[in-house]
Design a protein around this ligand. Structure first.
Ligand code: NAD
Ligand code: MG
Length: 417
């Protein structure tokens, strides 16, 4: 019993949360759900509490007036019965991840809202399973440094990054997860050949629901169409990011920070079947790939168990049912967000935080019917052009850049709508 790892699941009510719960259900002898968090979806949270009886639940939405009082009362009754303490308040997430009882933090909150809790987990030396790519995109160098200085462990559960991680030799997996060993390797970013004989990384992308379409044909697409992802069941924001290829742009930046790469060392490949989750190419011409059914339970289990293998309840890959695997180059004219992300990474400083904030504002405006799909990239481009913020060497500076970029992007949305 005491050997079980205690998991704090941030964003328990979301898509990553749901998949993580299944992996925990499969491994009750190894993991116990210590804490859960949700923003608004109190009914889902109540269901999780009644099944898992965690010690703590955080409801992070502080807007009590907007909160459904009846649903909150029902949640409280379920929590009392389960022996779960409900915590609320601005710093509840930080408090939670800082607790000594927490061994593993699953960062499954969407967007910049998850940034502070990822940092708090890093400062407390936790093992962090990172789904919240936006936090890393915003704060790359500062977060990597925080992980290193506080002896935290950062394991990617984004399927592509988890695939790349799985294709690395053990020594490099250790170096990537704990950051420390990367410090002693030659400057990978400056060299043509990456560490340990790796020549480049192939980052795969499904292409989303609009793959093959011209830019002009996308002017009238709706949020519902954008959310219809061909292979993955995901939250609304990441689904729209997949449709615009901004998800791949964010993942390009994520891969640069996690694996100490430059964008030119990463080959983005459209692979519509989402069976190969990414690949690592070595100097002898070998290419190692990680394959699996498109099911987030696999990368989550891989990171939760690492360096062991554990069961996952994931869908199995039926090789005989595949109708071939296809690959094509991304269309950067129809989908400029991927290019914008690479440029923001190269620009450095606060540019990726500006890109991310502008994207979050633009995606929400698209969902709300204020702007069209093609305006998303226009808002981001204009934000990057007009929002001049260079410094991003502290968490405070990043938060400031995020806030300023949001104001700027909201103004642009008003102009476009
Ligand atoms: P989702 O919308 O399904 O769930 C988001 C979760 O975040 C919910 O639990 C919600 O309550 C919480 N949340 C939302 N706003 C919040 C706020 N302001 N404060 C605190 N909590 C808040 O999203 P998802 O698809 O599970 O994605 C979560 C993260 O994982 C994203 O960063 C996404 O890019 C990443 N990711 C998701 C998938 C996937 O398959 N869903 C795959 C790879 C990476
Ligand atoms: Mg991904």
């Amino acid at each position: 019993m005491s050997q079980r790892k205690r998991v704090a699941l941030l964003g328990a009510s979301g898509s990553i949360g749901c998949s993580t719960l299944d992996v925990i259900r499969e491994n009750p002898e190894s993991f116990v759900l210590f804490a859960v968090t949700a923003h608004k979806n109190l009914q889902v949270l109540a269901g999780i509490i009644s099944e898992f009886r965690p010690r703590i639940a955080v409801v992070s939405d502080n807007n009590r007036e907007a909160m459904d009082a009846e649903a909150f009362e029902a949640l409280r009754r379920v929590a009392d019965e389960a022996g779960t303490d409900i915590i609320q308040g601005a710093d509840a997430l930080d408090q939670l991840v800082s607790m000594a009882e927490v061994d593993v933090v699953v960062a499954g909150i969407v967007g910049a809202a998850g940034l502070a809790s990822v940092f708090a987990a890093a400062r407390h030396g936790k093992r962090i399973l990172l789904a919240n790519k936006e936090a890393l995109v915003m704060s790359g160098a500062v977060l990597m440094d925080t992980v290193l200085r506080h002896g935290a462990t950062l394991l990617p559960i984004d399927s592509e990054h988890n695939a790349i991680f799985q294709c690395l030799p053990d020594r490099l997996q250790q170096a990537v997860a704990c950051k420390s060993a990367l410090q002693h390797l030659p400057d990978a970013a400056a060299a043509d050949t990456l560490w340990d004989g790796i020549s480049r990384v192939h980052l795969t992308a499904s292409g989303g629901p609009f793959r093959g379409r011209s830019r002009d044909s996308l002017s009238k697409v709706t949020p519902e169409e954008a959310c219809k992802h061909p292979n993955w069941q995901m939250g609304q924001k990441i689904s729209i990011d997949s449709a615009s290829l901004m998800n791949k742009g964010l993942e390009l930046i994520e891969a640069c920070w996690l694996f100490d790469l430059r964008p030119k060392q990463i080959n983005v490949v459209i692979h519509p079947e989402s069976i190969i989750h990414s690949m690592v190419e070595f100097i002898d011409g070998s290419v190692l790939a990680q394959l699996g059914a498109p099911d987030m339970k696999t990368p989550i289990a891989s990171a939760l168990g690492w360096p062991r293998r554990i069961g996952s309840r994931s869908a199995r890959l039926d090789l005989f049912a595949l109708n071939g695997l296809h690959f094509e180059a991304p269309d950067l004219v129809a989908f400029p967000c991927l290019r914008l992300a690479g440029e923001a990474f190269e620009a450095g400083g606060a540019a990726p935080a500006v890109l991310n904030a502008a994207n979050e504002v633009a995606v929400q405006a698209f969902i709300d019917g204020q702007i069209g799909f093609l305006d998303i990239s226009k808002v981001i481009q204009a934000s990057l052009d007009s929002c001049i913020i260079h410094e991003a060497s502290t968490l405070e500076a990043i938060v400031e850049a995020d806030a300023r970029s949001r104001v700027c992007a909201e103004e642009l949305v008003r102009r476009f709508s």
